[in-house]
Ligand binder design. Sequence first.
Ligand code: F6R
Length: 609
Amino acid sequence: MCGIVGYIGSDNASDIIIDGLKKLEYRGYDSAGIALQKNGQILVHKYKGRIANLEAAIEGKDLYSHCGIGHTRWATHGAPSDVNSHPHTNGDGSIAVVHNGIIENYTELKEWLIAEHGVEFRSETDTEVIAHLVGLYYDGDLMDAVYKAAEKMRGAYAIGAICNKEPDKMVAVRKDSPLVVGLGEGCNFIASDIPALLRYVRKIYLIENNETVVLTKDEVKIYNADRKEVHRDVFHVTWDADAAEKEGYDHFMIKEIHEQPKGLYETLHRRLLEDDSIKLDGITITKEEIENLDKVYIVACGTAYHAGLIGKFAIERFARIPVEVEVASEFRYREPLINEKSLFIAISQSGETSDTLAALREAKSKGARVLSVVNVVGSSVARESDDVFYTWAGPEIAVASTKAYTTQLMCMYLIALHMAKEKGVMSQEEYLGYIRDLKEIPEKLKKILRSEKAIHEMAKDLYKTEQVFFIGRGNDSAVSYEGSLKLKEISYINSFAIAAGELKHGTIALIEKDTLVISLAAQDHLFEKMLSNIQEVKARGAYVVGLAKEGNTEIEKQADRVIYIPECRDELTPLLSVVPLQLLAYYIAKLRGCDIDKPKNLAKSVTVE
Ligand code: F6R
């Protein structure tokens, strides 16, 4: 979490840095700050709260500078406050640093700096340790000091540093936290992510782990851990900067919900050949390797994990290969029995999620082949995988994931169908039937979006509730986890999802008069079972919103309210059924006056453990 931006050139650094930080607010937004080179001094301004607070505080001040670094924070060590905000400086304020990540041995380093060097700390952060270390080692060469400081640190970091004695230089270093360099004409940039730089540059260097970068306005040099200069190919960004703007929508979340038909169309059609067969670009795993697979592990976090649950259904159903799905934070520490006969699938929108990356490395170290489903091109997960299958969702800005999820589902269906074909366990006819149905999904989804108003109306009746249960079976149960997460993360309603058949084994004790239960009954083969589950909660007084396919009107006899999705084969319903739940969460949160795109305590990219 946290976002860093740095600029060195001839224009006004503070404007450019603040503009870049705004594009990174998805990474954290509890405080923001900036450090600028000015007349042989480092000026620091940093404040608790959104970037707007920083902007307001510095408005009208003469801060013109050609070089500076900035930071938007998601607190890890020390509560959000002015003093804990970045940048942090060393004792005499000659060096300033911004940092994304966690320094795991910071307590040890802090004690050492206090005891051996009499350092006085001002904040509770781990980052302040970096500023003092760089200051301690500084002997006229900022790069050397950053190297020596990095040698002392354990943990994850992307750091930007400036020193008042070298006003025409900026140094950055990365280990396990993302860092990119933007290459301009007579100016250069650092940032945690490409959108921060899109207004200014299209040419990017993707910085690898343990690399240090030295920037002047005319030159960028990259060095490896042995201080040897390394060559890096330029990465040309082709996406549209407008994709990162709201374009008239009230929030990024609702804009991104509406972008799902396009994202799904792109994700499918970019792989579809004229005869409707699919060509999985970026996937080189051979037919023989697929045939020899013992097991597939799907590992991810949050919403991406929920996409993995559907991936399990699809791969087991279509390709008949056993699949385990696990959250990355558990997988990485449980010594999984994964081996060279396993395929490890990582799913990640950002491609920078710390736990997912660590799980991927664990799987690789055990010899498993690694395939990733990723949205952000060139991200760490993508770069460290054997095969990469990109979701074509476009940049996802809202913290609550929507279009990344549905495009992840599309990728999982395509991977499962590909495996089934390669293994010879699915006939060509059946395969083409699935492709035909997948092609119809974007239009069906548009139909659901046209009924947005009805969901908004429903939200008006439901938004005051303080507790919600989501229930479903099979695919619907996996979708109900996602629907529940969407609701709780943006509306702060206490929401809980459970497999419908499991309800009676304990949780039903919580159902009482008017408890809201959202019951997913979108699959024909489980429809009657779900009607029974609805009856069970109704008998205890629940207020039930049912979700079913058009035509399954029987549900109206049981549920108080019904949402219909277009007809679709059971296996593919998650692509549709999640969308009304996203809309419902959005409108409930809006009616409750919540900060939808930036929910409290969250950040878009979770680059810390
Ligand atoms: C919820 C949400 C998170 C992410 C999770 C993984 O709406 O967005 O649960 O899905 O933090 O992030 P990625 O996909 O970037 O690895």
